[in-house]
Design a protein around this ligand. Sequence first.
Ligand SMILES: Cc1cc2nc3c(=O)[nH]c(=O)nc-3n(C[C@H](O)[C@H](O)[C@H](O)COP(=O)(O)O)c2cc1C
Ligand code: SF4
Ligand code: SF4
Length: 266
Amino acid sequence: MKLNKISTIYFSPTNTTKTIVEAIANVFSSEINTYDITFDRTKKVENFKEDELLIIGMPVYGGRIPYLVQEFVKNLKANNTLCIPVVVYGNRDYEDALLELSDYLEEGGFKIVSAGAFIGEHSFGAEIAGGRPNDDDLNIAKDFALKSKQKIQNINSVNDFEKINIPGNHPYKESASATIEWEPETLDNCNDCGSCKDVCPMGIIDKGNPKLITDISKCIHCCACVKVCPQNAKVMTSEMYNKFKEFKGFLMLTCSEVQKQPELFM
Ligand SMILES: Cc1cc2nc3c(=O)[nH]c(=O)nc-3n(C[C@H](O)[C@H](O)[C@H](O)COP(=O)(O)O)c2cc1C
Ligand code: SF4
Ligand code: SF4
């Protein structure tokens, strides 16, 4: 089968999902139609056609895809368009996220060629899966893309694809990340450089005064502002800090020792 257009969609506050999606897409073509929905989940996306391929990546939040992007993904419409869904998780587990993403895509009319769960440095700190995806992860992603490409080349019609078994449960686990109560705060050594406001997917860091979070109830705890701060002045601290510290300690104990490997489904 010949492809006439390759598109990518990703939501990626700390860039690990973007890195994996790009590594896969670049094996298919150097001309990619990209929808980065990190800062705008209302972007208009044209309906996808039969001779196209979509590579779509989402981070795992609480074993699901982030609640913030669910409607966007559910609204994607395709006409037997080929699709490669991937999720990127912080070395704990991806639970129902890949199944959820794949289900929404199939309901929208996509045909799944292959799917993958990759590992990225945990949003909550480099102590967990620091530096991932690393070179090995990227080589695995490229090899996965090559095999997916061969699979597409070897078929004549989208109807020749068999349904892929993707792990996960129905009903999906309850999404807990929407109820996290930690919040980023700014320490006195902030020098007002403004980097944090530029990376906040929710646009809630005040443009004139980046020490200020305008609407904390919208924070998705992605930690993009914490990771980007050159002064280490944006931190997850608050009355809830001890809860965050305890949870991070639990993650470091349970998720940092064994480096998990990507799981691929064809
Ligand atoms: C609110 C929240 C919940 C998360 N839940 C999980 C999880 O359930 N399992 C896991 O392994 N990693 C989890 N992570 C870590 C991210 O999936 C991981 O760091 C991912 O690489 C972030 O993607 P990004 O760089 O594209 O933002 C969570 C991160 C956040 C912010
Ligand atoms: S304020 Fe919240 S949503 Fe915005 S970058 Fe920081 S952690 Fe993410
Ligand atoms: S990135 Fe850090 S130093 Fe710069 S404005 Fe934000 S909190 Fe302040």
